[in-house]
Design a protein around this ligand. Structure first.
Ligand code: MOS
Length: 714
């Protein structure tokens, strides 16, 4: 098969088309935000606060200004004024308040990145320091129940009588899981190049959605939207951290306004944890009451998490427990404390990733307590309708994912007894966990143009953050236009194109694709009305999906999956090695198997990192994250994930969108950490209930369990 396109005469939608921009990326001609150098461009380097809470009392610029090449030092006392926007994390250099360590208190503008860096190091800041509070605990006095958790979900939902049903249950599990912060760390750190011309602001920004960046800049600088243009042509990943406008684009615009020159602000990686969001830490108590047959009668999932004092952000980790299992009596609750910490934000499968780690670990504990096979336990609690809402599922094939995964993985025969499979000093085990992620969609616009030369131009301000969005949108267009892929030219990544929502929430393909599909279908109809004859100037149709998306759905719409893991635990070193990871997903129609597989495997790999090596420590004294770079914050590398396999079911669901897909960007991470943790329990009998599963945590437990070889245990 020709890999760059679909075979002649076949539907381009569903074909394993290679990324349209692949060649540009591997040959280095694809340009990223910091590479859009303008003539006379200056470079800006922000300076972060070195205290966790307080006020700036003095900003000493002289030494910085004396560095050769330094042009200006901006602070709250001289930076151009911003209007208040919706997002207080963007209200930069406007006042003297320091809400967390790393909050930007100055910005050095220089001729070169090197001079900016040297200048930033020479800025001296004096503070009136205040006592700070940065450590989340389950009983933190600042915890309160917000009205809503993220995604508009009510913070609290209750059904039946949880306490009574739990007390009456034959088998009870009561476990608390503790997760630290996690960091997104995309390959391309956040960066922006901005300039002003004739009262217009133009920015190249590394963002997951430049329409939202355009709107934010217009609000902050008090400009009509048509005087701001934001381009995000190529983006080196985001994982949620570029899902909302971030400081670099505001700082670059401020510096450009102040100096009258184009300015690039490219963040050093070490700044990212403090200013581009993080996955909030959670303490999650899960209680499950079940019969001896494993049928759940009572389920409580209670989450404590943190936000910053800058804005409220409530990781919706208990929400998946409203979706997953039959539970006549239930209680799902989120509480949050506003601490003097960096503002948490979106990170791949926010809510579901930490929440399903807790729920799926607790399900494994219930399997052990009831003596049931973990796959069978989940099958017994597969609900006919969504437990919390009572809505029917548009499609739910979790059971099929579990069965097919078990077959492919070779789950049976499985001796459930822990710590019995030895291979020298290694202990082996297998684990399973389910996954879910909601089907989300937002309104989008798109234009389809039939060009006089016989080609079609499709315009939509979608963002391709490395997922293959460009490619799959061209496939959707070719499908709707009923033409070969080669006839479609796709334009995205520019806020001057028809407005479109963010590449986030696994909703991009559904949101942008619905608008592209609508515009292309209507263009076909218009062409037919003209008897197939194209006017000399071509023909254009713009579609808007505002109405369709506002309607909502009478169905509970979620993707599901099952993840299986095999681990080997070294009883001498306490190291956990992943041997195999296998996922089976039900995510509607798969629109491009090549790029979808890459998303599933990428998500699973990120989940493996969360399980085994990604660890972030909040420093109680200084109030920041102790592992801010990739030398100290360890993400999974190729050697950590020897065998990762992703499969999917052919799932037909007519209640989604014209393409029939559910979104694939996030579900791969969701079940992975629990599957690995459950495999470690099966291997060793040790249940850590915290991540990552590093030797310092595992060794003492192996020793206590008498599992270390006696020669080293002494
Ligand atoms: Mo993703 S965390 O929804 O950008």
């Amino acid at each position: 098969m020709n890999e760059t396109t679909a075979p002649a005469g076949t539907d381009p939608l569903g074909a394993p088309v290679v990324r349209l921009e692949g060649r540009a990326k591997v040959t280095g001609t694809a340009r990223y935000a910091a590479e859009h150098t303008q003539p006379d461009r200056a470079c800006a380097r922000p300076v972060g606060a070195t205290v966790a809470r307080g006020r700036v009392t003095a900003l000493h610029r002289d030494e910085a200004l004396a560095v050769p090449g330094v042009i200006a030092v901006l602070g709250h006392d001289n930076a151009p004024r911003l209007r208040r926007g919706d997002d207080a994390t963007l209200h930069l250099l406007q006042d003297d308040r320091v809400p967390h360590r790393g909050w930007y208190v100055a910005l050095v503008v220089a001729e070169t990145p090197e001079a900016a860096r040297e200048g930033a190091a020479a800025v001296r800041v004096e503070y009136a320091e205040e006592p700070h509070d940065v450590i989340l605990t389950a009983d933190h006095p600042g915890l309160y129940t917000p009205e809503k958790a993220n995604g508009g979900h009510p913070a609290l939902r209750e059904h039946g009588d949880f306490p009574a049903a739990y007390e009456a249950a034959q088998v009870r599990v009561d476990a608390t899981y503790t997760l630290g912060a996690l960091h997104n760390h995309p390959m391309e750190p956040h960066a922006s190049t901005a300039w002003w011309q004739d009262g217009r602001l133009t920015a190249y920004d590394s963002s997951q959605g430049s329409t939202a960046v355009r709107d934010a800049l217009a609000a902050l600088f008090g400009l009509p939207e048509d005087r701001v243009a934001v381009v995000s042509e190529h983006v080196g990943g985001g994982f949620g951290s570029k899902g909302t406008p971030r400081p670099p684009v505001v700082l670059a615009a401020l510096a450009a306004l102040h100096t009258g020159r184009p300015v690039t602000c490219a963040l050093p990686r070490r700044h990212l944890p403090a200013v581009t969001g993080h996955r909030a830490p959670t303490v999650q108590r899960v209680r499950i009451g079940a019969g001896r047959d494993g049928r759940i009668g009572a389920l409580a999932h209670e989450v404590a998490t943190h936000t910053s004092t800058v804005r409220e952000f409530v990781e919706q980790a208990a929400v998946p427990s409203r979706v997953m299992y039959t539970s006549p009596s239930s209680r799902t609750l989120h509480r949050v404390a506003a601490l003097d910490v960096p503002s948490p934000s979106w990170m791949r499968a926010p809510g579901e990733t930490p929440g399903m780690y807790a729920l799926e670990s607790a399900m494994d504990e219930l399997a052990v307590a009831t003596g049931l096979d973990p796959v069978e336990l989940r099958l017994r609690n597969d609900p006919a309708a969504e437990p919390d809402s009572g809505l029917p599922f548009s499609s739910r094939h979790l059971a099929e994912c579990l069965r097919e995964g078990a077959d492919r993985f070779g789950w049976q025969p499985r001796d459930p007894r822990p710590a019995t499979r030895r291979q020298g000093d290694l202990l082996l085990g297998t684990g399973v966990a389910a996954a879910t992620y909601p089907v989300l969609i937002a309104p989008s616009r798109a234009t389809a143009f039939a060009a006089p030369d016989g080609g079609y131009e499709v315009r939509v301000n979608a963002t391709d953050i490395g997922t293959g969005a460009r490619t799959v949108l061209a496939q959707i267009a070719a499908h709707a236009l009923r033409v070969p892929l080669e006839r479609v030219r796709l334009e995205l990544g520019d806020s001057r194109l028809p407005a479109a929502p963010v590449a986030g929430g696994s909703s991009g393909t559904a949101s942008w694709g619905s608008a592209v599909h609508k515009a292309c279908s209507q263009l076909c109809e218009r062409l037919e009305e003209h008897g197939g004859r194209l006017p000399p100037e071509g023909m254009s149709v713009t579609a808007d999906t505002e109405q369709e998306t506002a309607r909502g759905s009478r169905y509970a719409r979620h993707a599901f999956g099952a993840t299986f893991a095999e681990v080997a635990v070294d009883t001498v070193t306490g190291e956990v090695r992943l041997r195999r990871l296998l996922g089976v997903y039900a995510a509607g129609r798969i629109l491009n198997p090549r790029t979808a597989r890459s998303q599933f495997i990428g998500g699973m790999t990120m989940g493996a990192g969360m399980a085994l090596c990604e660890g972030s420590t909040t420093d109680p004294r200084f109030g920041d994250f102790a592992e801010p770079d990739l030398a100290s914050y360890h993400v999974a590398t190729c050697a950590d994930v020897p065998g990762v396999e992703a499969y999917w079911l052919d799932e037909a669901d007519e209640h989604l969108n014209p393409m029939g897909g559910k979104g694939v960007g996030e579900i791969g991470i969701v079940g992975t950490a629990a599957a690995v943790g459950n495999a470690v329990h099966h291997a060793t009998g040790v249940r850590l209930r915290e991540l990552p599963l590093t030797p310092d945590r595992l060794l003492p437990r192996l020793e206590r369990a008498g599992l270390r070889p006696s020669a080293v245990a002494a």
